[in-house]
Design a protein around this ligand. Structure first.
Ligand code: ZN
Ligand code: ZN
Length: 371
């Protein structure tokens, strides 16, 4: 079968003929890949900045059809051969006994998404840039009607992470659950951000969508246009032009000394790996608000303890989410029409996709196996 293999760091993927994975054992399933999306972490991995070994077939967000199931797949999961599914990278083969696996908040038994022993498709095990891929039956979500593999793939990491970030920011994750909340998204025109804007609006939040580049602002305007009348709930901010203090005043009214007070957003999501974006976002948050960071720049973030001490802002971090959140997110996206802006490529064109990614292409870049 055809596959794109990363054989050395900082080199292009090699397009190769590799054996089809063997029949699934235990709780595993074999998925025929329909679409596989490229995530920032794929770029970080390919640069050699992570710890997993090579050679590796990348992509930890993909979708396809179940073609075979191992003998121990739980009937409780309601999976069957022929079923279309979305596959996130995590968690592949968790240990089943650690704290995460025992305290998993309603996920399948002995299955912990953040199990430190668990693998990650596309990083520690092969991922979606191939025709067939082995996955853990407990990590996937059935694809709801009306969704295609190309619709589903980019939601498996980006969609899930931003969904969880909104939940951590205090949004009730059901239609109308964000009513009364204003959420700022820094990096709102990026892969995660433009999904976050759609989810937040459709959950009932007001959104302050922050960007600092022309292509990202253009994508953001497209997203808002697609939202129709709901788009009026989004305030687009060009951080290069508008100081955060002014944004706060223009949205919430008269200025407050030292940004202390109630005239700010309830939560901010920080998506870019940028100190400037972090500081800008923090300035928008009201007293007792929350800052959720999804990015993890190597050099770290410099934080003003003053913001936490005097303004009582909480800081949390988020990466991916539980299986129950994956399923809820995907069903919500299907029902409410949340879709990534995608550019699709043939599997053969993966290196072209990567080049476009590094040139700053906006939206999500996805390999479409049907091309
Ligand atoms: Zn990812
Ligand atoms: Zn575990």
């Amino acid at each position: 079968m055809r596959a794109q293999v990363l054989e050395a760091f900082n080199t292009p993927y090699k397009f190769k003929d590799v054996p089809v994975p063997p029949n699934p054992t235990g709780q595993d399933i074999l998925v025929k890949v329909g679409a596989a999306s490229y995530c920032h972490t794929d770029a970080v991995f390919a640069s050699g900045a992570m710890w997993q070994d090579l050679p590796r077939i990348g992509s930890h967000e993909f979708a396809g059809t179940i073609v075979a199931m191992g003998p121990d797949v739980s009937p409780k999961l309601n999976l069957k051969v022929g079923m279309p599914v979305g596959v996130p990278g995590r968690a592949f083969h968790p240990c089943g006994s650690c704290y995460e696996c025992r305290n998993n908040d309603g996920d399948p038994e002995k299955y912990g998404v953040w199990c430190p022993e668990a693998g990650n498709l596309g990083l520690s095990a092969n991922g979606g840039f191939q025709e067939y891929c082995i996955a853990d039956s407990r990590q996937i979500a059935p694809m709801p009607e009306g969704m295609t593999a190309v619709d589903t793939a980019p939601l498996m990491c980006a969609g899930l992470t931003i969904w969880n970030a909104l939940e951590r920011a205090g949004v009730q994750m059901e239609a109308g659950g964000g009513k009364g909340l204003t959420i700022a998204i820094s990096g709102a025109g990026g892969g995660l951000g433009h999904l976050g804007v759609q989810f937040a609006i459709k959950l009932g939040c007001k959104v302050v969508a922050i960007e600092a580049s022309d292509p990202a602002l253009a994508l953001l305007k497209d997203v808002v246009m697609d939202l129709g009348p709901l788009g009026s709930g989004v305030t687009i901010v060009d951080a290069r032009q508008q100081p955060a203090e002014d944004v706060r005043v223009s949205i919430f009214g008269s200025p407050e000394p030292n940004l202390e007070g109630e005239k700010g957003v309830d939560g901010v999501l920080i998506l870019p790996e940028s100190q400037k974006a972090f500081e800008y976002g923090m300035k928008l948050v009201k007293n007792h608000g929350i800052c959720v960071t999804v990015s993890f720049p190597k050099e770290g973030f410099h934080m003003q303890p003053r913001d936490l001490v005097f303004r009582h802002i909480s800081m949390v971090g988020v990466l991916v989410g539980r299986n129950r959140q994956l399923r809820a997110m995907l069903n919500f996206a299907a029902k409410e029409g949340v879709r990534a802006k995608v550019t699709t490529y043939k599997l053969e064109q993966l290196n072209e996709l990567v080049e476009d990614y590094h040139k700053g292409s906006s939206g999500k870049l996805v390999v479409d196996m049907s091309k």
